[in-house]
Design a protein around this ligand. Sequence first.
Ligand code: NAI
Length: 262
Amino acid sequence: MPPARPRTYLVTGAASGIGEATTARLRAQGHTVLGADLAGSDIDADLSTPEGRTRLVDRARELSGGRLDAVIASAGLHLYDPRTVQVNYFGAVATLEGLRPLLAAGGDPRAVVVSSLTAIHPHDPAIADAALAGDESAAIAAAEAAVQRGEGHAVYGSSKNALARWVRRTAATAAWAGAGIPLNAVAPGTVLTPMTEPMLATPGVREAVDSVIPMPLNGHAAAEQVAPLLDFLTSPENTHVTGQIVFIDGGADATLRGEGAW
Ligand code: NAI
């Protein structure tokens, strides 16, 4: 049955995992979803590059007629490589900032980005601070340096830490809250998707992942179990949740940080 008010969404990372599951859920409700990904979506764009980010916004404007009701930025990758900060931070921020004018023209506009539980893990301040300063060359150099030091694992969590902090500093500004646009992040624990399946299938790695992302409530999540939260945060029903990093992590944040952080 079509929804009372069909909406137009743009979802990045729509070809796989959390983005794919969310796209399927929204389309099943009768909404229009413009999917974006490297290939095989409505908009093919490489968000690691400035050209790809511009292409995303230009094609979104053309295909939507200049008006979006919600943006869900899920595109991301987990490599010991500077591209991880280029996509996870700079690609995500360019998506949200570039599409904000289209949201401003939409109805009950909403935006959400996918951060990660790893945002609370120890991170590399050189990567995260360069990202937050908007200095992509410095962030790439810091990520390369981390890889050279044998600390390539820090690139991912640092990119997600910066992204969460960007949401905190941005959501309450005139451009977002002042324009009536809730802006939030979700922070999943371990979700079973093509990103994590190879890691979790590797002997020893699954145990290492579970020790740093403990999920006492129901264990690893399916992508379809994350989609309803993204759906709510971008629905008209969400009138007052903004600037939040919403952990959907089976209790990992509560386990790791206890009562000291909330
Ligand atoms: P996935 O690998 O299934 O999907 C990610 C999508 O992003 C893919 O379709 C991929 O093509 C796209 N993508 C990668 N690089 C891109 C680029 N340069 N330009 C455009 N699109 C690009 O992974 P999953 O798990 O669905 O990840 C979605 C988001 O959730 C990511 O931001 C990830 O970091 C985050 N996340 C995932 C967790 C997990 O355990 N799977 C946990 C916490 C956060």
